[in-house]
Design a protein around this ligand. Structure first.
Ligand SMILES: NC(=O)c1ccc[n+]([C@@H]2O[C@H](COP(=O)([O-])OP(=O)(O)OC[C@H]3O[C@@H](n4cnc5c(N)ncnc54)[C@H](O)[C@@H]3O)[C@@H](O)[C@H]2O)c1
Ligand SMILES: O=C(O)CC[C@@H](O)C(=O)O
Length: 633
């Protein structure tokens, strides 16, 4: 964006909890009182007084003098305070440092805090000492802070109003602050607008009076079409999280500045269509079906996060054609599934699913019948991907022989032996375990014919996807006694929430262990997933990096001092040439560019060297076959 045509209104910034994330006096107290036995109590009292003053519950003068009395601070504490405050500048203000430097002559910091620590902090943003209006400390001979200069208008009640009168600014004035005293400037008719600044603290009494609420400074710049570092304020990005991913996911998205909505359990197609409008990031697990209809209803969707391994519940091609990148957590819960599978093999081999309920019913059935050690037995792993391969290693460690079958060529681990066909594996395995993915072609992959090929008394495990097994055929093989037992974690239809009952023909069969799709449901896995997926999505949104996307061409261009443009288009000849023609026509130099295509789309990251203007952006959006175009920064 280019500089505004009309002069910028004067911007009057509060300092504490607005320019910085914290209150200067609170931090000073923290430093000055460190090591004192009553430190915590005094700091708490000071914080309470700050809040009461800011919310307008007690007069400013009273709040200030009572805080200074509690402080016990000295001149020597000021240098560490300034160093600390420099690290606590509000994120969005730091991010837009260039804006402050460019418009420093239109910006004032008017604060009831103290010049001694404000001036050096805002100086880094190009704001001159004469544009800082704040209190000054008084000191005794020993350098102890005794109070504040009583002649300074800001030390008195209504001080900011008087200061604005003295300033006598000749043009519109916009005030940005978190406190009631900031609003009072507007109330007194000395400002045209008051923006309640809530990036660090939200005071309901102040928000209630505001012309606008600013969760970040980006939002202010965006609303006023002023030059900004990001192209779009993060607080406008809406995230919808379904199916209870670990709370860490919400925490990370909130920390990034996004708005986050959560819906426990899943939503069906119509419910999701009704909720998806305006959502930029959708987070789901294995139950939610993201269909073409859902994608068509999604007017702002940028990315989908599958907080799991499987992505068969998402129309990946449909999403790609809409320019929506999908990310999953390809190995965050792998180990959890492996451990479950190993446990299940042992539990089935000892017929625990039958013995445990009998014990609870008071029946003592001590017998070795049908029970065996797993040592020396053959485990047949169908699908030698991340889970299958790791199970192979663990199973060998407990003495099993491993054979595997995979449609793709895979590295053979340990002493595992590859089978050329599924049939070869089924015929020789004492235990068959499925770890194939949920692609549509795998529907009913294991049915009557495959069960018949398995050894009499063999055990069968499905921790992959419900639809890959013909469940009635499995039930028949168990009922007939051909199979010795089964463990099943996934089902063609799974209840949407914990309150829906589970219906399936496997219920009540002997030596059958049923679990409610909890292969990946461990604290460790869920936490890993909840960090992995948001991290990938935020990388994509912030840098355009598509590494590990499951449906986009994977590319990454190193960060450099540049403006970055992202172009997603239908993969037809000539689009890159057209993009570059637009840039050439507008004399925009390309610093770096990377295009990667797949059979449906092309994905281009372009770094350009100069401030772009709206004309270039419009022209790039208009390039034929554009699916989505984003300016990152
Ligand atoms: N129960 C759970 O909670 C849980 C947790 C995690 C993963 N999963 C599921 O486990 C499965 C495996 O996960 P992963 O991370 O190992 O996946 P992966 O993609 O790493 O491995 C899957 C392997 O199966 C192979 N394959 C696909 N179709 C095949 C077929 N018809 N015959 C033989 N091999 C075939 C692929 O070539 C690949 O090597 C997936 O379906 C995943 O959704 C379930
Ligand atoms: O936790 C889930 O919903 C799915 C777990 C698992 O099936 C996966 O695909 O990772």
């Amino acid at each position: 964006m280019s500089a505004p045509a009309a002069p910028l209104p004067y911007l009057v910034f509060d300092f504490d909890s607005t320019f910085t994330q914290v209150e200067g006096l609170d931090e000073l107290a923290d430093i000055a009182l460190a090591g004192r036995p009553d430190a915590a109590e005094r700091v708490a009292q000071i914080r309470a007084l700050t809040d009461q003053g800011m919310a307008g519950e007690i007069g400013f003068q009273e709040s200030l003098s009572r805080r200074l009395a509690l402080l016990g601070a000295n001149r020597a504490h000021l240098a560490p305070l300034v160093a600390r405050l420099k690290t606590k500048v509000s994120e969005s203000i730091r991010r837009n440092g260039n804006f402050f430097r460019q418009f420093a002559d239109r910006i004032y910091v008017v604060s009831s805090g103290f010049r001694e620590f404000i001036e050096p902090v805002v100086a880094d943003f190009g704001i001159a000492p004469e544009h800082v209006l704040a209190n000054t400390f008084t000191f005794d001979e020993g350098g102890n802070i005794t109070g504040c200069d009583p002649q300074n208008v800001l030390s008195r009640d209504g001080g900011k109003i008087r200061q604005l009168v003295l300033l006598d600014l000749d043009g519109p004035v916009y005030v940005l602050g978190d406190g009631y005293t900031d609003y009072q400037i507007r109330e007194a008719g000395l400002a045209h607008r008051f923006y309640a600044y809530t990036e660090n603290v939200t005071r309901p009494t102040v928000v209630a009076q505001a012309d606008e609420v600013l969760p970040t400074f980006d939002e202010f710049l965006y609303q006023l079409k002023l030059p900004m570092t990001l192209s779009y304020p993060k607080n406008r990005i809406k995230v919808l999280l379904l199916e209870n991913p670990d709370a860490r996911a919400k925490e990370l998205f909130l920390a990034e500045g996004y708005q986050v909505d959560t819906v426990p359990g899943g939503l069906d197609e119509d419910e999701l269509m009704a909720r998806i409008e305006g959502v930029s990031i959708l987070g789901i697990r294995s139950k939610t079906q993201v269909t073409q209809r859902v994608l068509d209803a999604a007017n702002r969707l940028i990315a989908i996060g599958a907080f799991c391994i499987g992505t068969n519940q998402i129309d990946l091609t449909g999403a790609m054609k809409k320019g929506v990148a999908v990310f999953n957590a390809p190995f965050s819960n792998t180990r959890s599934v492996v451990e479950l599978a190993l446990g299940e093999i042992i539990v089935l081999a000892r017929r625990i699913p039958e013995k445990n309920p009998k014990m609870h019913a008071g029946e003592w059935d001590k017998s070795a019948s049908g029970s065996f050690e797993i040592r020396g037995k053959t485990l047949g792993i169908v699908g030698y991907g991340n889970i299958g391969a790791q199970l192979s290693v663990v199973a060998e460690a407990v003495g099993m022989k491993v054979v595997y079958f995979d449609v793709a060529e895979k590295l053979q681990l340990g002493n595992a032996v590859k089978c050329r066909t599924l049939e070869e594996l089924l015929e020789q395995s004492d235990v068959v375990t499925l770890h194939i993915d949920g692609r549509a072609e795998n529907t009913n992959y294991i049915g009557e014919k495959e069960f018949a090929l398995m050894k009499k008394g063999a055990l069968f495990l499905n921790n992959a996807r419900g639809h890959v097994v013909d469940v009635p055929a499995l039930a028949a093989a168990l009922r007939s006694g051909h199979l010795g037992g089964a463990a099943v974690d996934v089902f063609p239809y799974e209840p949407k929430t914990n309150s829906e009952s589970f219906e399936n023909e496997l219920r009540g069969l002997p030596n059958v262990l049923l679990t409610p799709h909890i292969g990946g449901s461990t604290a460790e896995a869920q936490r890993n997933i909840a960090e992995f997926v948001p991290e990938r999505i935020m990388q994509y949104i912030n840098t355009g990096n598509t590494q590990q996307s499951v449906n986009f061409p994977n590319i990454q261009l190193p960060a450099q001092q540049a403006h970055r443009l992202i172009h997603i288009h239908a993969n037809v000849p000539g689009v890159l040439a057209n993009i570059n023609n637009v840039l050439a026509q507008h004399h925009v130099n390309i610093l770096g560019q990377y295009l990667k295509t797949n059979e449906h789309i092309g994905y281009v990251i372009t770094d350009i060297d100069r401030q772009y203007d709206q004309e270039v952006i419009q022209a790039l959006r208009a390039v034929a076959h554009t699916i989505k175009f984003r300016v990152l920064y």
